[in-house]
Design a protein around this ligand. Structure first.
Ligand SMILES: Nc1nc2c(ncn2[C@@H]2O[C@H](COP(=O)(O)OP(=O)(O)O)[C@@H](O)[C@H]2O)c(=O)[nH]1
Ligand SMILES: [Mg+2]
Length: 276
């Protein structure tokens, strides 16, 4: 049984809480393919009353129907949420607009008290590999590339000036993924939020193939032309046979598994959402 590590989370929590005081809004990055499994429930407690915006990242890799479904689910839970993609820049331009909408009341109140505040400060948080650095780059690339220092709590904190009214903390907060069940752990491994080595490639690929058989039978058939009557390792075996993967005279299950995982991660199977 794999477990998450409370030690990591405690360190991340301290780091995030320290920086939280410096910003107006937190951008919580969540992988659109696993909008449940890639969230850490501890963040809610950390945020206290700090406004937040969930960004469903890598949304062009996820199933469009599920993107809409998760958007609705999260909105029904009173979350602010936006589908984005930092590679295609989908909706990256709308992040500021959405942040201003969320903060509109607070800005108005501050201004009524005579506090002038045009500038919004944001920070990005999320689990490993969710796309934090890529989104920062995408935001920076579109705008000025100025970085400057301002005193933080314990040391100088680096900010990136996105435009004259928008500052981004240049170091993202790393949340540790939380998983106490094997299914979540496998989804995290498939999307590379946790290391591959935690699972045997065969076990992981068989999990994915079974998942595809249940939710994306057409995509499974299209990519591998396997019989949907097969299950578990039989599917992997069929793929190895069709591709001619042999090791000496034996079927090379490992090679087939590596191929399937690479196909998924490089979107050669199709747009797939793992959290249903
Ligand atoms: N297709 C796609 N890939 C992304 C996106 N954001 C990040 N990636 C890829 O995901 C991997 C991890 O991204 P990175 O920004 O390093 O994640 P971080 O660990 O959260 O900083 C990299 O290979 C990125 O190219 C996205 O919006 N769309
Ligand atoms: Mg990074």
């Amino acid at each position: 049984m794999i477990q998450w590590y409370p030690g990591h989370m405690a360190k991340a929590t301290k780091e995030i809480e320290k920086n939280l005081k410096l910003v107006d809004i937190v951008l919580e990055l969540v992988d659109a393919r696993i909008p449940l499994s890639s969230r850490n429930p501890e963040l809610k407690k950390m945020l206290k009353k700090k406004p937040s915006l969930i960004l469903l990242t890598k949304s062009t890799l996820a199933d469009p129907k599920d993107n809409q479904r998760w958007l609705n689910i999260l909105k029904s839970e009173n979350e602010n949420v936006l589908l984005v993609d930092a590679i295609t820049n989908y909706n990256v331009n709308n992040i500021e607009k959405e942040a201003r909408r969320i903060l509109a009341d607070k800005i108005k109140k501050d201004e009524a008290k005579g506090i002038k505040r045009n500038t919004i400060r944001m920070m990005i948080v999320g689990i490993p590999n969710v796309g934090k650095s890529t989104l920062i780059n995408s935001l920076v690339k579109r705008k000025a590339q100025e970085a400057y220092n301002m005193p933080g709590v314990t040391k100088e904190v680096k900010w990136i000036r996105i435009n004259e009214n928008l500052d981004l903390l240049d170091t993202p907060g790393v949340l540790w993924p939380k998983f106490d069940d094997q299914e979540v752990a496998k989804k995290l491994a498939l999307t590379r939020a946790i290391k591959d080595s935690i699972y045997q490639e065969q076990e992981l690929s068989v999990y994915l193939l079974e998942f595809l058989k249940e939710y994306y039978p057409d995509l499974l058939k299209e990519r591998y032309d396997v019989s949907l009557e097969l299950c578990n390792y039989e599917i992997l075996k069929e793929i190895a046979l069709k591709r001619g993967f042999f090791k000496a005279d034996d079927i090379d299950y490992d090679k087939a598994a590596v191929a399937v995982l690479a196909d998924f991660r490089n979107m050669r199977i199709g747009r797939i959402t793992l959290d249903k």
